[in-house]
Design a protein around this ligand. Structure first.
Ligand code: FES
Length: 129
């Protein structure tokens, strides 16, 4: 798992916050956990985990509760193609879209949702704060 840190020696146990076990994780979906008063979503994208704050940088909406999708783009042959399938989440309040893998806004570098490392240990999923 590219976003999961399996090197346990580099991770402080106090910084790990249990979210859910892998076997209970809904397939290709997300889980939102309350960690130290912050809502943090963990997404499962084809068995890789990514964590984002559930606080939209626009006006504080529950961004991670929004629709997950891809987007349209133009390829080298100038054809319209669908890409980044299931890698974008749209805030349900005003539709701003962010990349699930790193929290970046799809249209500008001026906005980004905080992202967090995800650690999987013995089948359990943790967010590192
Ligand atoms: S609060 Fe998320 S798009 Fe406005």
């Amino acid at each position: 798992m590219s976003n999961s840190n399996s090197d346990q020696t580099a991770v402080s146990e106090e910084s790990l916050h249990f979210v859910i076990s892998e076997k209970e994780f809904p397939e290709d979906d997300r889980v939102i956990a309350d960690i130290n008063g912050r809502q943090i979503a963990v997404f499962n994208l084809e068995d890789e985990y990514y964590a984002l704050s559930n606080f939209c940088t626009h006006q504080g909406g529950p961004v991670c509760e929004g629709m997950v999708s891809g987007t349209l783009s133009i390829n080298e042959e100038q054809e319209l193609i669908y890409c980044l399938e299931d890698e974008l989440v749209a805030c349900p309040w005003h539709g701003w879209e962010f990349h699930i893998k790193d929290g970046k806004h799809t249209a500008t570098d001026d906005y980004r949702i905080p992202s967090y490392d995800v650690v999987v240990q013995d089948g359990d999923i943790f967010v590192q704060l």
